[in-house]
Design a protein around this ligand. Sequence first.
Ligand code: F6P
Length: 342
Amino acid sequence: MRVCILTGGGDCPGLNAVIRAVVRKGEKHYGDELLGSLDGYRGLIDGETVTLDVESMRGTLPRGGTVLGTSRIQPYGVPEGLERFRRSVESLGIDALIVIGGEGTLACAQELCRDGFRVVGVPKTIDNDIGGTELTFGFDTAVQIAVEAIDRLHTTAESHDRVIVVEVMGRHVGHIATWAGIAAGATITLIPEEPFDIDEVCDALVRRHERGRYASIVVVAEGAVPRPGTVELPDKVYDAFGHVRLGGIATRVADEIERRTGYETRVTTLGHVQRGGTPTAFDRVLSTRFGLEAIDAVHDEAWGQMVALRAGDIVRVPLSEAVANLKVVDPRLWDDASQFFA
Ligand code: F6P
């Protein structure tokens, strides 16, 4: 078969490990010819693809980012995009597509299936918010990076008797914040799923500091929201694809903490550091297993399915299930995290 792989949306540690696994099993086991679409769907819209083989993927397992490039461009979002996409698929003799992406990229994959393309999905995002799978690759790496950073912030916060507000990624959900908060011993964690009351946050910090602790770490997911009517946020800014561009909640929270408590407060925003660089061993293994299952799914003609992790097994779920609802933080885990607050 002639199989084309693409990576769409934000990059994520482990993308190359997925591509490498697809190429390895496709070429060696199935005798496939493998192609890569450059910059996500854009490559097929513009007819820009590369040949992939075991040789060309050597050395990519530990590399962050994606050797294919990525973008948020989609066939349904550009003039005559679908027709151009279809022309490339037909002229290149592509039998199947493996689409590696997050919510937007996978929703587009589902539409392509409805329009007659033969697609298998692989879930990707450091946010870990895709439904149907217990974990997405990249999440473990992002948490690890956040925990290492917060461990370092503890010692400087303690030396200066400061509050440090650390902003981690998590556009709609607080998986990274919750896990990093538990693992690094956050004083308080704020996530989108649980709108916060700044008065309660400050009261908790004051109670803690009155007990003789003079340093605190507040972990805040970039998408965390104050309870209505409590803290004013600046107007939202959107990118060209309608995605809200977040960042800045930590500064608002820190300003309020300093103003209301008088404690010296600093901000650290981890940003794209969480997405860059080498994947953890766990993410390399998960990515590899996802890639191997994706090429098997292609040969089983499991169109419209996405590979997923469930109870330790790699399984297939319908793309429709994966994109129907974002996976939010389990309330039981949030309850565990909150036992340690302040
Ligand atoms: O969805 C993954 C993610 O890293 C989010 O956590 C973050 O809000 C967003 O991507 C950032 O996107 P961009 O790379 O466009 O700034």
